[in-house]
Design a protein around this ligand. Structure first.
Ligand code: HEM
Length: 401
């Protein structure tokens, strides 16, 4: 459990470091002499901020005056500029009231939006896109070097049941919805930079509108498929000692005539299973936070837990922020949702390859649910023995699970 928590924390922090501009890599700002401006910001502060450097703004943040004196919000607009009021609004200490009672409605100024937008249109889009292309390239390379993995003993004339109809339904519900969500998500992310210059605003607007509707509604099918797959297959995906041998031999995928023993699911598939469950659950929860804006804040709390474990220190980072505005919570939810989705797409592309063009006989398992006996013996020898002994005990002629 502790190990699991450790792995999660490391993954989280490593990813967080790429999302959030505040990290230990930023050098601690030098103390600045602000006596010439009477304690207000200096030209140096402004220039440093424009260069994207970290500016210690406590001299302003902690100097927003008496909130009672900052309450002059009913003064006519366009009148005298009141720096006291604007500073109080900027740092969230002004006494603002609103008829709307939704979270975030009294927050009039927050400055996380620009950093979030730049990150979304910059590193997220670039590295995410490259990750997908690199995985596609690796699979093409693997296909060219290794070729299609064939049934070495050749197809037999016996087929055995591998997945029941309900299992295949759960799989295709998950797979179909994931593909729709992945495509519509990418359309949203790559719209401004990749699609609008190519197809124009009007066409893109129609596609984006349909894509958003699909994305928001198909999400429920994905969550249902994820739950079904988890319930149906979790028992078969508990790690086993033989999985280590499978991993050491890389599943025999790299060399011919060497098939390490495997149960119903081999170690590679168990990794795909747990990857699907962990990433899928993470995408679902952050997706729900986006679907119900401001209603499911969870990042400030999570950061608090990570800080109490001392997790940021492990990767040389400063403690994570434990107070976030509702809007920052949403920005983190979007960032996390997208990172997890890219990770899952990269993983699933490899899965789709091996389950279709990459391996002779594999698709049948999710096609009509029946696989060739020789294929099963080569890739899931322990499972075949189990199925056969069960069949002989029950006197059935066709081995089936
Ligand atoms: C066109 C796309 C896909 C194809 C052709 C495909 C094919 C397959 C096949 C043939 C199996 C059974 C392997 C066996 O018999 O041992 C399988 C299992 C599985 N699939 Fe898919 N799949 C696709 C998409 C997806 C997607 C999008 C997801 C998740 C979002 C997914 C998740 C799983 C999981 C968790 C398993 C069980 C573990 C494993 O066998 O790796 N699949 N898939």
């Amino acid at each position: 459990m502790t190990l699991l928590r450790l792995i999660f924390s490391c993954l989280f922090i490593a990813l967080f470091a790429s999302v959030h501009p505040v990290s230990a890599q930023e050098t601690a700002p030098e103390p600045v002499d602000r006596s010439a401006t009477g304690g207000a910001q200096t030209l140096e502060d402004i220039l440093a901020r424009q260069r994207g450097e970290a500016v210690d703004d406590t001299f302003r943040r902690e100097n927003t005056g008496n909130p009672l004196e900052n309450n002059n919000l009913s003064a006519p607009l366009g009148g005298v500029s009141d720096p006291e009021i604007w500073r109080a609004l900027r740092y969230g200490t002004a006494d603002v009231s609103s008829t709307s009672q939704t979270p975030g409605s009294t927050l009039l100024v927050q400055d996380g939006g620009m950093a979030w937008l730049k990150w979304r249109q910059g590193p997220l889009l670039t590295y995410g896109g490259y990750a997908l292309l690199i995985m596609l390239g690796l699979l093409v390379l693997f296909y060219l070097l290794r070729g299609k993995i064939m049934i070495e003993a050749g197809p037999s004339d016996t087929r055995i049941e591998r997945f029941k109809p309900v299992e295949r339904f759960g799989h295709w519900l998950l797979a179909g919805s994931f593909i729709l969500l992945g495509l519509t998500g990418l359309i949203t992310l790559f719209g401004r930079k990749g699609l609008i210059p190519w197809m124009g605003h009007d066409t893109y607007a129609t596609i984006a509108l349909a894509g958003k509707w699909i994305h928001n509604n198909v999400a429920w099918a994905f969550m249902l498929g994820l739950i079904m797959v988890f319930v149906m297959w979790v028992a078969r995906n508990i790690p086993h000692r033989r999985d280590l041998v499978w991993i050491i031999k890389a599943g025999g995928l790299l060399s011919k005539h060497s098939h390490p023993p495997a149960g119903k699911f081999n170690a590679g598939q168990k990794l795909i299973f747990w990857g699907t469950i962990v990433l899928g659950a993470s995408i679902s929860v952050s997706g729900l936070a986006l679907l119900f804006p401001f209603e499911i804040p969870m990042f400030a709390k999570t950061f608090g837990i990570l800080n109490s474990l001392g997790a940021p220190g492990w990767v040389g980072m400063a403690p994570l922020p434990e107070v976030l505005t509702p809007h920052q919570e949403m920005q983190f939810a979007q960032g996390w949702h997208a990172i997890m989705a890219f990770a899952m797409m990269v993983m699933i592309i490899a899965h789709i390859y091996i389950g279709s063009v990459g391996m002779e006989g594999a698709f049948d398992a999710m096609g009509d649910g029946q696989v060739d006996l020789n294929w099963a013996k080569e890739h899931h020898s322990v499972w075949v023995e189990e199925v056969q002994s069960k069949a002989s005990r029950s006197g059935a002629s066709t081995p089936a699970e």
